[in-house]
Design a protein around this ligand. Structure first.
Ligand code: PLP
Length: 392
């Protein structure tokens, strides 16, 4: 089977030539001065992308590893935690907090809605105090973005630490770790940064480090240990790794971060926002409904779309992949068969890729017997893309 011509998915997504070239570079010794410099420079670029003056850790292993490491490092037996759940990944994170002994309370909204800062404030007021609050910034499975900018300061005011899954948010929407008082954030390189899958990009505040140091059950001497990174790499003057880094992945992440920052983080975010607006306009003009109830909180990374009655997600994805060489995503977790997701991250947000996504979906649905107005969808998508590129 051929590789698809267009990977317009919920991640991993297509990478640029620059990232691909970096991934293909000769493998170096991890203590070669060239690699050590590149590793330190990758940390510097990541801190810039996160807008933090605090520490960052580049852990290898997909972003789920970083999230698990964060949960195990921070959560203690009996710790009062508040989990803010608006989607699949937040629910998953809550399971970890419970598994590591947390006394977990929840604020829950339906998966097609965003978290309401007022609800969060009243939970903190009425059920608090909490030591740790956890949330997902951009819920990729449902294409919903939560207002981290508003929730961060509320959590801070109530004295709790804040952990945020920003895996698909970084470079796709505004992420401000220091300004919003986020104590621990985990991002993934294979979403809006369009780098290789296989690393966790983590920001950690002094307060979060102190909580881990004070936690007797935080992993130590383990692949899952954030503290090993602090003790060996950071406190040791950034000269000794706790274990051998994935040299090629780090090269790829360095290239991806450089590209996003050279274009400018604002311009990179604006490009993702425009692609998302274009796809939303196209999908709706075709006669389909978005999964999120309101487009104001639809995410910039993917557009989650409800399917017309009678068309199954799996049949649609297979058909579009086979006939047009376009790979789209279905739902994930509890939403697996409920919706289709059109990804617009990294190169997938450039040029006419949003049009390809909308037309592949539209024509795929027509081929399978549904009635959508593909012409209206294409025109609406192009209208947004045209205006956005004229303004850029
Ligand atoms: C993709 C994603 C993850 C998981 O990242 P992996 O690198 O696939 O482990 C977690 N949370 C969110 C919000 C994501 O989009």
């Amino acid at each position: 089977m051929r590789t698809p011509d267009f990977t317009l998915t919920a991640g991993p997504t297509m990478s640029s030539q620059k990232v691909l070239a970096a991934l293909g570079r000769q493998i170096t010794f991890d203590y070669d001065p060239v690699f050590l410099d590149l590793f330190r420079d990758t940390e510097r670029l990541l801190a810039q992308a996160f807008r933090t003056d605090g520490d960052v850790v580049l852990m290898q292993g997909e972003a789920v590893l970083g999230l698990e490491a964060a949960a195990r490092g921070l959560v203690r037996e009996g710790m009062r935690c508040l989990n803010l759940v608006s989607g699949v990944y937040a629910a998953w994170f809550g399971e970890w907090m419970r598994a590591y002994g947390g006394d977990v309370h929840e604020v829950r909204v339906p998966y097609d809605e965003a978290l309401d800062p007022e609800l969060v404030a009243s939970a903190l007021r009425e059920q608090g105090p909490f030591e740790l609050v956890a949330m997902v910034h951009s819920e990729t499975p449902s294409g919903v973005e939560n207002p981290l900018a508003e929730i961060g300061p509320i959590v801070h005011e109530h004295g709790a630490m804040l952990l945020a899954d920003v895996v698909s948010a970084l470079a796709g929407t505004d992420v401000r770790i220091d300004e919003w008082h986020v104590d621990l954030a985990v991002a993934g390189p294979q979403k809006c940064l369009a780098g290789p899958p296989g690393m966790s990009l983590i920001a950690i505040s002094e307060r979060a480090w102190a909580a881990m140091e004070a936690n007797p059950s935080a992993p130590r001497g383990s692949f899952l240990s954030l503290l090993d990174w602090k003790h060996r790499w950071i406190d040791g003057g950034r000269e000794a790794f706790p274990y051998t880094p994935s040299v090629s992945d780090v090269n790829g992440v360095h290239a991806a971060l450089s590209e996003a920052l050279e274009a400018g983080i604002e311009a990179t975010i604006a490009r993702h926002a425009a692609a998302a607006r274009a796809v939303r306009a196209g999908v709706q003009a075709m006669g389909l409904s978005l999964w999120p109830k309101r487009s104001e909180y639809a995410a910039n990374c993917v557009t989650a779309t409800r399917l017309p009655a009678g068309v199954g997600t799996d049949a649609l994805l297979t058909h579009v992949r086979n006939r047009y060489g376009v790979m789209l995503s279905g739902g994930y977790g509890e939403l697996k068969h409920e919706l289709v997701r059109l990804g617009h991250m990294g190169p997938a947000s450039r040029s006419l890729n949003p049009l390809v996504a909308v037309c592949a979906l539209g024509r795929g649905l027509i081929d399978l017997g549904a009635n959508v107005d593909i012409g209206a969808g294409a025109a609406a998508t192009m209208e947004v893309l045209s205006q956005a590129s004229a303004e850029a």
